[in-house]
Ligand binder design. Structure first.
Ligand code: FUB
Length: 450
């Protein structure tokens, strides 16, 4: 069963559910290990990529998404993969990207040839890459358990890299972000700092498992981490300093009972005055421990800076701003979709493929403040078909039907336009694809004209 069949089954069995669903936030592929980053008013979300039908953490690349409203996520493809590192063999696991001095540094764990799990660093001038290997060798190989790096730059400019499973370790990064000073420090996993495990108590010293997420807020340092044993919940500890001593605080997200994966992975940001908690579950059809999906919930810190218990939801978060339909919008900007996939090539960049009769893309919170007279889409097609433009649900009010003609090939892009009925206000827009057998066309971008 490929992703497309899985999605169609999902659509049939959960028709009511999909209309409201916002989690998981990516439906085109399985994603894991979220690492959100706010840069210049945009949220950049880096994830791992679980292969379809995976029976292990078989991961080859990292994916990148962006949003300015927290509900429509633009797919930027895979800016970093195992191929980026000549010395890497397998296991593109949980990483994190950070900005410093005009560059983006992406720290990732990979299995290095002849060495085992190690941490590499890749660099780019852009948040969406492409990233290149900064060193040509691992940044860190401390002997064992070198996975899941998290990075943070303190107010005094000192950067820290924490990581590890089953140990928790850190180094102080130099200002160049691709070297470090001093020894690798192993953090004592005490009961006071990291609580006790609920099982295998004799095998590991504390509840700390892996996947740390390190940041500072209002002078307090936070370390969030998957805790357990397995299945994992998410817990956190805090400290008055960047290197501890750590004080165990509480569980943030309990083990997800319905649609969970046996791992979980935290990522936290503040954005446009709100706080967000990213995690992963196994809720997409075919999903599970090795076919995971990234989700997000909004939360509010308590007055004392503590983090409340956060429940996983299907509805996800509310938009924090509206989408402007009068500028070209990339078709791979998606709040929810059924049936389609995305692809990348050198000349077009990302675009939507695998569009069959009945598939749809939902774009949320579109602000028609200037009304609209027509719709234009950039399409490449052999067989043609139509795009129905509907409001607020896949079978909602039809404001236009854009006939798609044969453009001469699936890489032969042409603008196709149609008139739309009067529309005002803020709506979720559904592009519902219609046509005959097989793949109808590829879809690059769209806009409304007033
Ligand atoms: O995604 C592969 C591994 O699974 C990560 O490195 C861990 O944190 C767990 O999520």
């Amino acid at each position: 069963m490929n992703m497309k069949t899985i999605q169609l089954l999902f659509a049939v069995s959960f028709l009511g559910f999909t209309a409201k669903a916002q989690n998981p936030i990516v439906q085109t592929i399985y994603t894991a290990d979220p690492a959100p980053m706010v840069h210049n008013d945009t949220v950049w979300l880096y994830t791992g990529h679980d292969e379809d039908k995976s029976t292990w953490f078989t991961m080859k690349e990292w994916r990148c998404y962006s949003s300015t409203d927290m509900v429509n996520w633009r797919d930027h493809g895979a800016p970093l993969s195992l191929k980026t590192f000549s010395w890497a063999e397998k296991d593109a696991w949980a990483g994190q990207c950070i900005y410093r001095n005009g560059k983006f540094y992406f720290y990732v764990p990979v299995h290095a040839k002849g060495l085992g799990m190690s941490i590499g660093v890749a660099v780019s001038d852009r948040p969406d890459g492409p990233f290149v290997d900064a060193l040509g060798k691992p940044l860190v190989h401390s002997g064992s358990g070198d996975i899941d790096p998290t990075v943070f730059i303190d107010d005094d400019g000192q950067a820290y890299l924490y990581w590890g499973n089953p140990y928790l370790k850190y180094v102080k990064l130099n200002e160049d972000m691709i070297s470090y000073s001093g020894e690798v420090v192993t953090v004592p996993l005490t009961k006071e700092g990291f609580n006790v495990r609920y099982k295998d108590v004799d095998k590991r010293p504390s509840a700390y498992e892996e996947g740390p997420w390190f940041y500072k807020r209002n002078g307090l340092y936070y370390l969030l981490y998957p805790a357990g044993g397995v299945p994992e919940h998410i817990a956190y500890s805090t400290s008055k300093g960047p290197t501890g001593p750590w004080k165990y605080r509480d569980t943030i997200m309990r083990v997800i009972q319905k649609g969970g994966a046996f791992t979980n992975h935290p990522g936290v940001i503040d954005y446009k005055g709100r706080s967000y908690f990213f995690y992963h579950n196994g809720a997409l059809p075919g999903g599970g421990g090795f076919t995971r999906s990234v989700c997000v919930e909004e939360f509010q810190y308590n007055a004392d800076g503590s983090i409340p218990r956060i429940e996983p939801t299907v509805a996800g978060v509310a938009p924090v701003s509206n989408l402007n339909p009068y500028k070209w919008v990339e078709a791979e900007t998606i709040a929810w979709e059924v049936g389609v996939e995305t692809a990348w090539d050198n000349s077009t960049g990302m675009y939507v493929i695998d569009i069959d009769n009945g598939d749809y893309i939902k774009v949320r919170s579109v602000d028609f403040k200037k009304g609209a007279k027509s719709f234009a889409a950039e399409i490449a097609s052999l067989s043609g078909g139509a795009i129905e433009i509907r409001l607020n649900s896949p079978d909602g009010i039809l404001i236009g039907t854009c006939d798609i003609n044969n453009t001469g090939g699936l890489q032969s892009w042409k603008k196709q336009s149609c008139k739309v009925k009067k529309v005002k206000g803020i709506h979720d827009v559904y592009f519902v694809f219609k046509g005959g057998e097989g793949h109808l066309f590829n879809f690059n971008r769209w806009k409304f004209n007033n």
